[in-house]
Design a protein around this ligand. Sequence first.
Ligand code: UTP
Length: 464
Amino acid sequence: MRDSLRDELVSTGQQHVLRFFDRLDSAGQSQLEQQLLDIDLRRIHQLVHGKQQQHDWARMARRSQPPPAFQPGAPSDTVGRERARQKGEQALRDGKIGVILVAGGQGTRLGFPHPKGMFPIGPVSHNSIFQILIERVLAFSRRYGQPVPLYVMTSPATHDQTVSYLDEHDRFGLPAKDVAVFCQGTMPAVDASTGKLLMSSDRSLALAPDGHGGVLSAFVRDGLLQQALDRGIEHLSYGQIDNPLVQICQPELIGYHLLADYEMTSQVVRKSDPLDKVGNVVVVDGKMCVIEYSDLPEDTARRRNADGSLFLWAGSIAVHLFAVSFLERMSHSADALPFHHALKKVSYVDQLGMRHDPDQPNAIKFEQFVFDLLPRAEHAIVVEGEKSDVFAPLKNADGAADDTAADVRNAMVRLHTRWVQLAGATVIPGVPIEISPLWAVDAEQVTERMTEPLVIERPTFFHE
Ligand code: UTP
């Protein structure tokens, strides 16, 4: 162990991590030493003990205004859906669009023993979320005759399984040159009451993924930002793996983003209840930002316009478009994304070598959030989407009140049933329908495909 590292551990009050060091074999010693070298001990110290710039959310919330927004098709929509769609289609035809899917989360609430993207969500096909979303990318790539590079972010918890899964399935048809899987960084978890680094074993710190905002540093670190620039990618369509309805690559959304010439655009849904558990996209002092539902005071959340609609209406669904030039600019700005403290359950070994699996939150994890890029964008705007068309998050194990696999499947079936009904089909109530993105990605395409009125009496999966 280098002296400088020992000294730094002492000066930052973390020397307890060497408790077992002398007893470890050399592999164990080098593993622990490398982990310690990889983390910025001073930064951890600062995060734990330093004066955090604490946001006074309540005050911010009271100064909040609704964000500038496109409401596609509404009288206020000066751009118009058709113009937006054509603009987005042209960008796809010109090969200027890439996709980022973040899939590094540990999925602790779902309790599925594999990366969440492998969850067999298809209501009829049982296809995985990975398959559904990759086929969506492939569908757009085929439709516009240009490759759409897909960048999948994993974490140490999901990386190896994701890579083997995608390899085993030949990346569901996407060429290898168009898929990059990159692993996000980690941050050590600390004891919530003492700020001491937690150990997951005698030779390892308890490390956790650094949040979906870790995408910026990992994307740059692995040379993918440069690669995207070299390929002529100008905008990235960003979504989370846990939403099978996510509108990655959606031409209309891309078109609004491009026509307004913004650095960052977020898709939002109108909140149906003031206390909906989604982040609130708002503008404070001219900057767009997200205030988590837990930080929004109830009276502010309940504020209404004269017509009875919610004043702060825009719910974040973590779907964004980024100009690549914006990400490049942010990559030079070390403080682009702050670390948030998340109180979580983290298993650890204590100073006697005893393992603990706490049943209450005991640790602080440090996470970056991608939406913290919003206030950094020169121009940012939101585009409203219809919740039932765009958002069905898979978060919880069956039996929970919401966001379970059953909820997600029902949402998929409802949407796809609506599409086939619009195309003239009759669906016997209760019969599940699923549509592969390779068959159709939206209602218009279903109408093009369905040349005769069908009566659907049994579970049906429309696919190539
Ligand atoms: P969540 O915050 O919902 O976390 O992630 P999760 O891992 O899916 O579930 P829990 O909280 O452990 O139950 C939202 C999205 O952000 C990604 C997840 O993969 C998911 O797509 N994410 C989250 C990352 O890629 N990295 C992270 O460090 C955290």
